[in-house]
Design a protein. Structure first.
Length: 453
């Protein structure tokens, strides 16, 4: 059956996929469109309504929100899609402008990038349909988890290959072109990889207003080996997010700092530690729960976010008194950058055996990192150690968490990390610490130890 025969075309049609939403709950994409109408492929069939609200997410400007009349619908089902033809009702001047802009500018999108994006969207739609069909017949949670496990390797391979290929293309874009393609990419994949997926929603929406907050870190700590989500599809994508190397390395990094804290306590009768951008201080909380803080410890949490301190205080209240009797904790709510600009410390910092920051450098430029080192290194006692971490270069997954999720990190090389130490004038020993991990460890760990004269 030739579906095109049923359309009386008065304007040139553009064959291009943009995400569409009908009646608030029916999603799909354009097959082709013009100034007068459009052909759609939808997840659900259109039923009784003759006139429907239509939203098309174009990456060039605002989305098109209009109304259209249903001209035809196809009863057959093609690749998990229901085909239909619609004719725009009278468009406003602004709606006409948006549509004209899309018709004139769609060719500015990189063709290889578009093909990869459209291919992944179709694959995800089919994958979700397969998983939803399984869920319909299997309501038992353990059966669903086992189904996810069986399909995980295949799905992860497809996703990783896609993000690697997209990252290669996106790496050639200038800033303006990158932003345009990021809008297109998010529009096409938002529902399938962001809106439905709990962890990815947090990464994308940034509930505290900035990327990489302690809530996201807690997701990785808590769920890297679990399956969260209502459906099997959600469980799969959540598990993938928590298992990519940079996410799993967050857990390994936390375990590394747990061990460093224990080393301080084993070496000294009483330890004094400063955590810069402490976040949830999970390394400390877990050691307390495990009953491993067996010597006096003064622990300073330095952060600008009140939510982090409330979280830590709530977790401390859950820990039995005998397990935290050796801890003296202090919360320093200040802006790091004010101190780096020369704000007097007023006796807040002094004589630490160990100063560390888990992930702050990932969000700082070179000048800020060097200022941080220059400012805090003098507060080490003799033999004390300053440790900073920074994410490595990541070509395989960067498009996933950065282009899609908006989690932008500053990736650095070993040479760039070592160059930081030039700002330290006092005698010191520098070391890059390597960690063994079952998957590639994605953080560089720089240690600067203050030497005895």
């Amino acid at each position: 059956m030739n579906l095109l025969i049923r359309e009386k075309r008065k304007a040139e049609r553009i064959s291009f996929s943009f995400p569409v939403q009908i009646l608030h709950d029916i999603r799909g994409e354009t097959v082709n469109f013009s100034r007068s109408g459009l052909r759609l492929a939808l997840e659900k069939p259109l039923t009784s309504a003759r006139t429907v609200p239509v939203r098309i997410d174009f990456p060039f400007s605002s989305p098109l929100n209009s109304h259209a009349e249903i001209v035809w619908t196809d009863k057959d089902f093609y690749n998990n899609r229901h085909l239909c033809g619609l004719r725009f009702l009278r468009l406003s001047r602004n709606e006409t402008r948006i549509l004209k802009e899309a018709i004139n500018n769609y060719r500015t999108l990189d063709s290889k990038f578009v093909i990869l994006t459209d291919k992944l969207r179709s694959w995800l739609i089919d994958l979700r349909a397969k998983f939803d069909s399984f869920d319909f017949l299997h309501t038992n949670e353990e059966e669903r988890i086992e189904f996810v496990r069986k399909n995980y390797s295949y799905a992860a391979t497809v996703l990783t290959e896609h993000f690697r290929n997209v990252g290669e293309i996106a790496g050639t874009f200038d800033n303006e072109k990158y932003c345009l393609h990021q809008n297109y990419y998010r529009n096409m994949l938002r529902f399938l990889l962001l809106d439905l997926i709990e962890i990815n929603r947090f990464i994308y929406r940034k509930p505290l207003g900035y990327a990489g907050d302690f809530l996201i870190m807690n997701y990785f700590y808590d769920f890297y080996d679990k399956y969260i989500g209502g459906s099997s599809y959600e469980k799969l994508i959540n598990s993938y997010t928590c298992s990519i190397p940079v996410a799993y390395s967050v857990v390994e990094r936390k375990n590394f700092f747990k061990q460093k804290i224990l080393e301080i306590l084993q070496r000294d009768s009483a330890g004094r530690i400063l955590s810069i951008a402490s976040g949830s201080a999970r390394e400390l909380i877990e050691l307390l729960r495990e009953g491993k803080i067996t010597r006096p410890l003064c622990f300073d949490c330095f952060d600008f976010e009140n939510e982090t301190f409330r979280y830590i205080q709530n977790k401390l209240e859950e820990i039995p008194p005998e397990k935290k009797k050796n801890l003296r904790i202090r919360f320093i709510k200040e802006n790091f950058f004010e101190f780096m600009k020369g704000k007097p410390s007023q006796g807040l910092f002094s004589n630490y055996e160990f100063i560390y920051s888990c992930g702050l450098c990932d969000y700082l430029n070179e000048k800020m990192v060097r200022s941080l080192i220059r400012y805090f290194f003098p507060f080490l006692s003799l033999g004390g150690e300053l440790i900073l971490t920074n994410v490595k270069k990541d070509d395989d997954y960067r498009a996933y968490y950065e282009m899609l999720g908006g989690w932008k990190l500053t990736h650095r090389s070993e040479e760039e990390i070592r160059a930081w130490t030039k700002v330290v004038e006092e005698p010191h020993r520098t070391e890059l610490i390597g960690l063994e991990s079952k998957i590639p460890f994605m953080f560089l760990i720089l240690s600067l130890r203050k030497r005895f004269l």
